[in-house]
Design a binder for this molecule. Structure first.
Ligand code: NDP
Length: 310
C-alpha cells in the first residue's frame, strides 16, 4: 500500500464537501476531496433547485453541483473519484483507506458523506423517480402547487412534509402503515387540524401508477386486505434517512439514529481534528444551503485546528 500525507481530507462531494473544499483551498490547506459513490451528492437526483440563493431562474441540481465542483477545483482543491472504505481515527494523522487500496494520512478530516433517503424499493417507484416520485418536499413540493400529492410515512418528517405540501397543494394524502403516527403529539395535532390532509391508516403502497408524463396515482393495500387506488400527481417518501456515518462509528460519537454529534455551534466531533458537515450531522434542516454553511464552518474549524496544533 502507498501512503500519501495531506493537510485536509474531505470526504463527500455534496454542497457541504465542496463548500468545505472552497474554504479550505483559500486557507491554503490544499484539500483533497474524495467524491464517493454519488459524485455531487443527493442534489444530483433532484430536478430543479429554486431555493438556493443566487440563482434567480433556478438551476438543475446537476448544474449546481457541477458549478460548485468547478469553483472548488479552480481554487485548487484536488478532487478525486473514489470511495472511502475504511478509517482509523485512533490517532493523528488519521488513516483513511480509499477503494480498499490507497491509504491517505490526514492531519484534519472533514466528514461530509451526507445521508441517503430511504425508499420503499418498488420498481414503479424507481421508474418515476424525478417524474413525480421524490424524497424531498421542500425541494420539489413547489411543482405540485394546487395539485394532489401523497406522503408516505408517519414520523415527524412525514408530518412536516405533509403540512408544508398542504400549504401549497389542493389535497395531501398521508399513507401510514400502522394505525398510529410515530410523530410527536404536537405534529399529530397540527396534521389533524389541517383540513386538506387525509390520513390513510394501515395502508402500504403496492404500486406507484403512472404514464409517459409521470405519476398519476397509487395502489394501496390496507391491513384488512382491501386493495384501493387514489389519483395523485406527486408521491413523496418520508420514511427516514440513513446518515452515511457507518465507517466512522467506531471512533465518532453518533446519536441514536446514526447522525454524527457535533459540539455546540461548531463542526467539531468528539475526535480532535475530525469535523463533520452537512446531512451526516443534521437530522433537522437537510437543505443544500445549510449543508454549504456547515461545510464552511468545518473548513474554518480545520484551519484553526492546524494553526493551533502546529
Ligand atoms: P422516523 O424513523 O421517525 O419515522 C419514519 C416513519 O416512516 C415511521 O412512521 C415509519 O413507520 C415509517 N416507515 C418506515 N419504513 C416504512 C416503510 N417501509 N413503509 C411505510 N412506512 C415506513 O423518521 P423521520 O425522518 O420522520 O424522523 C427522523 C428523526 O428526526 C426523528 O427522531 C424525528 O423526531 C426527527 N425529526 C424532528 C423534526 C422536528 O422536530 N421538527 C422534523 C423531522 C424529523 P412506523 O412508525 O410504523 O415504524
Amino acid at each position: 500500500m502507498n501512503n500519501e500525507r495531506v493537510k485536509c481530507l474531505i470526504i463527500g462531494s455534496g454542497p457541504a464537501g465542496f463548500t468545505a473544499a472552497i474554504y479550505a483551498s483559500r486557507a491554503a490547506l490544499e484539500p483533497v476531496v474524495y467524491e464517493g459513490l454519488q459524485p455531487g451528492g443527493q442534489l444530483t437526483t433532484t430536478t430543479e433547485v429554486e431555493n438556493f440563493p443566487g440563482y434567480p431562474q433556478g438551476v438543475s441540481g446537476q448544474q449546481m453541483m457541477a458549478d460548485l465542483r468547478a469553483q472548488a477545483e479552480r481554487l485548487g482543491a484536488d478532487i478525486r473519484y473514489g470511495m472511502v472504505t475504511e478509517a482509523d481515527l485512533s490517532k493523528r494523522p488519521f488513516k483513511v483507506t480509499v477503494d480498499d487500496e490507497k491509504v491517505i494520512e490526514a492531519e484534519t478530516l472533514i466528514i461530509a458523506t451526507g445521508a441517503t433517503a430511504r425508499y420503499l424499493g418498488l420498481p414503479s417507484e424507481s421508474k418515476y423517480r424525478g417524474m413525480g416520485v421524490s424524497a424531498c418536499a421542500t425541494c420539489d413540493g413547489f411543482f405540485y402547487r394546487g395539485r394532489t400529492v401523497a406522503v408516505v410515512g408517519g414520523g415527524d418528517t412525514a408530518c412536516e412534509e405533509a403540512l408544508y405540501l398542504a400549504s401549497i397543494c389542493k389535497k395531501v394524502y398521508m399513507v401510514v402503515r400502522r394505525d398510529v403516527f410515530r410523530a410527536s403529539k404536537a405534529m399529530q395535532e397540527r396534521v389533524a387540524a389541517t383540513e386538506n390532509i387525509e390520513v390513510l391508516w394501515n395502508s402500504n403502497t403496492q404500486e406507484v401508477l403512472g404514464d409517459d408524463m409521470g405519476v398519476t396515482g397509487m395502489r394501496l393495500i390496507r391491513k384488512d386486505g382491501v386493495v384501493y387506488e387514489k389519483a395523485i400527481d406527486g408521491f413523496f417518501l418520508a420514511i427516514g434517512h440513513h446518515p452515511n456515518s457507518d465507517i466512522f462509528k467506531e471512533w465518532i460519537t453518533t446519536d441514536e439514529n446514526g447522525y454524527i454529534v457535533t459540539d455546540g455551534r461548531s463542526s467539531k466531533t468528539n475526535v480532535p481534528g475530525v469535523f463533520a458537515a452537512g446531512d451526516v450531522q443534521d437530522p433537522n434542516y437537510r437543505q443544500a444551503i445549510t449543508a454549504a454553511a456547515s461545510g464552511c464552518k468545518a473548513a474554518l474549524d480545520a484551519e484553526k485546528f492546524i494553526l493551533e496544533n502546529k
